[in-house]
Design a protein around this ligand. Sequence first.
Ligand SMILES: Cc1cc2nc3c(=O)[nH]c(=O)nc-3n(C[C@H](O)[C@H](O)[C@H](O)COP(=O)(O)OP(=O)(O)OC[C@H]3O[C@@H](n4cnc5c(N)ncnc54)[C@H](O)[C@@H]3O)c2cc1C
Length: 402
Amino acid sequence: MRKVDVIIVGASLAAAAAAKRLTDAGLETVLLERKTLPRHKICSGILSPRGHRFLLENFGPLPPEVLHAPTSCRGVTFHFPSMVSLSMDFFGGTTPHLHRKYSDHWAIQQSRAEVHDETSFAGLEDHGDHVLVHARKHGEPLEYRARWVIGADGPSSLVTRAVYPDYPKQIPWFFVGQKFHDIIECPLDEQYFHFWFHPGLGHYTWSHARDGRQIVGVGFKRGDNFAAKHANVVNYLSEKHGVKLKEHTDDEGCAENFGPSLINRYVFGKGNVLITGQAAGFLNMIGEGMSCALHSGAISGEAVVEARLRNRPVQELYRKMIASEVRRTSDQWNPLKIAFDRPHEADFPAALMALSWRERGLVLRDLWRFVVLYKEFKWGRQIANAALQRPLLNGYSVRKWL
Ligand SMILES: Cc1cc2nc3c(=O)[nH]c(=O)nc-3n(C[C@H](O)[C@H](O)[C@H](O)COP(=O)(O)OP(=O)(O)OC[C@H]3O[C@@H](n4cnc5c(N)ncnc54)[C@H](O)[C@@H]3O)c2cc1C
């Protein structure tokens, strides 16, 4: 049985950030990744300025092979049913358009941690002074003994399920699917990620350019017809925006734990097991999750380093240290912060003020109707209520029962 200081489950961005902190402090760290590396990751790859700064500061300049074409992104364009479009540039200029298969692998390599790929986490036993980790490689069981474990295994985290078996039933889930189209004609500016606040299209609808093709994606509930929802969006783009696409050539989709950051249902682990990244619930508005995965991942690594240095329980340290990231993520949903502060990384207030009074009124009306749409869903109701009440809530404390 292999004995190490820390096992990290997952070999993505949260894992790379955690691993970097641990290896810098001299802790023997092994990452377990179920797939063969470099591995595919479904993601638009639009990096926020904060995520970009983190990569530069911690891993150095990005090599060109970790980027998709177009290689950079200027910001985000919101489209509304009233046909007002709002383009918001990122603060501080363009950011790289990441090809997650290669960017994540590059970050993992830069962390200098040892990686065991094709190795799936299967379970754990926390014995107080160490954790036994059960894994499987090519169908064969494997065991590791670690002082600490970090679960950085994404939205459907098995580490989270091992620590909180009921958790999947307690949070909102939704599905996303995207199709890749060759382009006949596309007037949507390829320098922006495009997002529709349109109740007739669904609660999560996006499109952007990648490597000469156009991606069209939709969010949907269990039982919804993805193909029909997608076709509806393609028709809408054609009629309203003049986007002419060929039949799709590829498609993909996955389940997402959307909403925990809004309703304050983060999970951080128990005993010697920490949970971080999207597994912990970190996901910013409109599904931007790389920056908070990187930052929360780094904080989980720092908490372990601190626990070792000061001989203190790691949970106590992690929960104190992660509070800043909780506040930052939750602020993204706070209407007062959005109106009077800058919780996002693209300039929404400036873009709104650049519109005429009439257009601003239309945008605010459309946003209101969009939030109300969430009330269709059981969990959506809770999310919509939280969004509407957020300024009244003292919602930033980490829930004790989790
Ligand atoms: C369609 C889509 C578009 C998105 N677009 C953007 C975007 O443009 N910008 C942005 O910032 N965010 C985007 N996101 C969100 C972003 O991809 C995630 O929030 C981010 O990748 C989370 O990082 P993570 O390190 O926490 O986990 P993940 O990136 O999910 O990585 C988890 C890792 O754990 C591994 N793993 C899982 N289970 C096991 C196991 N049992 N054993 C071993 N390994 C395991 C997985 O294979 C994976 O490598 C998008 C998400 C989707 C679905």
